[in-house]
Structures are given as structure tokens and as C-alpha cells.
Design a protein around this ligand. Structure first.
Ligand SMILES: Nc1ncnc2c1ncn2[C@@H]1O[C@H](COP(=O)(O)OP(=O)(O)OP(=O)(O)O)[C@@H](O)[C@H]1O
Ligand SMILES: [Mg+2]
Length: 352
């Protein structure tokens, strides 16, 4: 039975579908093998842990907010759990060493940026089958210290990170509610670029920038923006290597940079390109910026290098000059000429 079918079957009467589902039932559904071990671990670390709300679902995981008690005070965090059998298929089992740490593990590094979603702990299984909580400090230590010879092989079961009051992802806001203005879209993208610049400083490419991986909350004039979902993140700048690597083609249709599609040798600038497409989609309030009739048609066009070459010609009508300029620069076909996030942020006239 599919995950969706189980959730639907468990819904009762007028209650919100997911609110009644407890942590044990979620674990049972997503990862029955881990349930018996992970549940006590979480209960000990988070007294009175209680699932609050399903915040979202991606291709490989489910994300919930939960409450717990810390010295009698109720606190709220977010738990992201992978679906068991998919974990294996995606090889989310890595040696946690400086050279190999990747994917969601990279969410645990110390970015010190208010524009990168903070993750505090990983829930993992070690090579002896023991379930453990790995702290952000431990992952940071291994990442920073090339001599670390951690041979423990961890399989990532999930992560625990910060809860942002009232946050939803940009896709929900821009495409479903259509309540993001073009000016606001530029403000959001500026913050995304700031978050990316901090990741890039550590040599890490996000590789999956798109509206559904950007979290947004508004409070009056205050706009909180966080880059989330490190599922595809990868170190590009390795200590002994250059600024481009031969890596796999990954990410979502329409968002991938031409060099990733054409040569497979790419660098941090793939994130600039995906950010350009995200701004275009957000400003146009549709993921389907090509105006394709069907999803297949969209995929086909998005794969076509000519589409990438002339990305700007697809939207020449209707956009404000600043939006147009930012998209044109970030989607520059040749990555050699394309600015990095930190470079385009320097041009103050674009962001006023
Ligand atoms: N901290 C959060 N606050 C509110 N909503 C969140 C939060 N984290 C995630 N979400 C929601 O859950 C959705 C899925 O989360 P995320 O993108 O991290 O997982 P995913 O796409 O399944 O990841 P992966 O591709 O690695 O499997 C997001 O698009 C967003 O709507
Ligand atoms: Mg996602």
C-alpha cells in the first residue's frame, strides 16, 4: 500500500488527516525495522515527544513538527524521516568522513546563516546495527578535520531541526496561493543567494534549489527565508581538487544548469542557475515557465540545451527590468561567465 493510501485510511471524520497519527505509527509506516530502537531514543532525548502536524512531503521523506518538554517548558522542533526502503535505493549510507560526507549530513554543518535551515541532530544506524543520535557538532568536527578517520558507517534515518513559526515552502505560496509579488520574489531570492553563498564558502553545492525547498514565513514586514532540503547536497570543492567535479546529473526538471546536462562536469554555479529559474517561476507564479501543455512536454523542453541557451527569451514579456536582469545574469549559459551568488549580491543596483 502506498504511503498516501495509509494516511487516507487512517483519517477519521472531520479531523485533520494527519494530526491524530502518532510517532510510533509514523515510524511503523516509514521504517518498521527501526521503530523499536528509534522510539526509545527519541523519547529519552525529547521528553513527552508528541507529533503535532505534517508539514510536508518530498520524494523520499515526511516532515513533521513535534513538541516536547525541556525542564517543564514546551518546545517545538521538526523531524524529517526517510521512508525505509527508499533509503537503501538512494544509497543514503555514507562513511561519515571529511571526503565523503554528503546529502542530508551536510545540513548538520555550522553555517551560521539565518538563511540556511538549521539541523541539530541526525538519527542514524551505525555499522553494528546500533541506533544513535549524531549531533551537529560531531558532523562539523569530522567535516573540518581532514585527518578524522571515522570508519563508522552510518545510515541516515532522519534529522531533527529548527521549527519556523508559520513557515510554508515557496512553492505553496507562489504557485498555489499566488500571493508572492514580483518585488517580494526578488527579496526572497536575495536571501536565498545569501544562504547559498554561506554554503558555497564551505565548498558545498545544494544542487536542488527550487521553490519547494525554500521555506518562507511572513510577520508583518518581516520576511524569513531559509534554504532547506540538503538531500542532494555535495561537496564540490574538495581540498585536493579543483572547482569543478564530474558528478551525476541530479535535481529537478527545468532547474538543471546546462553544464550539468551536457558535460556532467560542474561546480557551485549550478545553484546560481537553479536560483534563476526559481525567481522566474516565482515572479511568473507558475512552475511551468515554458508554458508547456503537459508535464512530459515540460520535461522535454527543460532538457533541451536550446531552452537553456535562450532562457531569457521565454519571459521577455511582462517582467520588471531588475527581475529580468537578475534572471539573465544567474542563468548565463556559460558557467564561466555566470556569477556565483556572492558575486551577484555585490551589485547593489539590482537589489534596491
Ligand atoms: N522546517 C520546516 N517548516 C515547515 N515546513 C517544512 C519544514 N521542512 C520541510 N517542510 C515542508 O516539507 C516539504 C518536504 O521537505 P524537504 O524538502 O526537506 O524534504 P524532501 O523533499 O522529502 O527531501 P528529499 O528530497 O531529501 O527526500 C517541504 O517542501 C516543505 O513544504
Ligand atoms: Mg524537498
Amino acid at each position: 500500500m502506498s504511503v498516501g493510501a495509509v494516511i487516507a485510511a487512517s483519517s477519521t471524520g472531520t479531523h485533520a488527516t494527519h494530526e491524530s497519527e502518532g510517532l510510533d505509527s509514523i515510524l511503523e509506516r516509514l521504517n518498521p525495522k527501526a521503530k523499536e530502537k528509534v522510539l526509545p531514543l527519541l523519547k529519552e532525548a525529547y521528553p513527552e515527544i508528541k507529533i503535532e502536524e505534517l508539514l510536508g512531503k518530498g520524494g523520499f521523506s515526511e516532515v513533521y513538527s513535534f513538541t516536547y518538554l525541556e525542564e517543564g517548558v514546551e518546545k517545538r522542533l521538526v523531524i524529517k524521516l526517510s521512508a525505509g526502503e527508499k533509503v537503501k535505493r538512494n544509497m543514503r549510507c555514507y562513511n561519515l568522513t571529511r571526503e565523503e560526507v554528503r546529502g542530508e549530513w551536510l545540513a548538520l554543518l555550522n553555517y551560521e546563516s539565518k538563511h540556511v535551515l538549521k539541523t541539530y541532530q541526525a538519527i542514524a544506524r551505525d555499522s553494528e546495527g546500533k541506533y544513535v543520535l549524531v549531533s551537529d557538532a560531531e558532523v562539523q568536527e569530522i567535516f573540518e578535520n581532514p585527518e578524522t578517520d571515522a570508519t563508522v558507517r552510518y545510515t541516515l534515518i532522519g534529522t531533527i531541526g529548527e521549527y519556523i513559526e508559520g513557515a510554508t515552502d515557496l512553492a505553496k505560496q507562489a504557485f498555489s496561493k499566488k500571493n508572492v509579488t514580483e518585488e517580494e520574489a526578488r527579496k526572497i531570492i536575495k536571501k536565498v543567494l545569501k544562504g547559498l553563498a554561506v554554503m558555497h564558502k564551505k565548498g558545498i553545492a545544494h544542487r536542488d534549489i527550487k521553490a519547494s525547498n525554500i521555506l518562507l514565513s511572513r510577520e508583518g514586514e518581516k520576511l524569513t527565508v531559509k534554504v532547506a532540503d540538503f538531500g542532494l547536497s555535495r561537496q564540490i570543492v574538495l581540498p585536493k581538487e579543483g572547482h569543478r567535479r564530474n558528478l551525476s546529473n541530479c535535481g529537478s526538471h527545468g532547474m538543471k544548469a546546462p553544464e550539468m546536462l551536457e558535460t556532467g562536469v560542474y561546480g557551485l554555479k549550478v545553484d546560481s542557475f537553479s536560483t534563476a529559474v526559481t525567481l522566474l517561476q516565482t515572479a511568473k507564479r507558475t512552475w511551468n515557465y515554458l508554458r508547456a501543455e503537459t508535464k512530459d512536454e515540460f520535461k522535454e523542453s527543460a532538457r533541451n540545451p536550446d531552452t537553456k541557451k535562450y532562457l531569457t527569451s521565454f519571459f521577455s514579456g511582462g517582467l520588471q527590468p531588475k527581475t529580468f536582469a537578475i534572471i539573465s545574469l544567474l542563468s548565463t549559459y556559460d558557467d564561466y561567465d555566470r556569477p556565483l551568488p556572492e558575486e551577484i549580491l555585490i551589485d547593489a543596483s539590482l537589489w534596491k
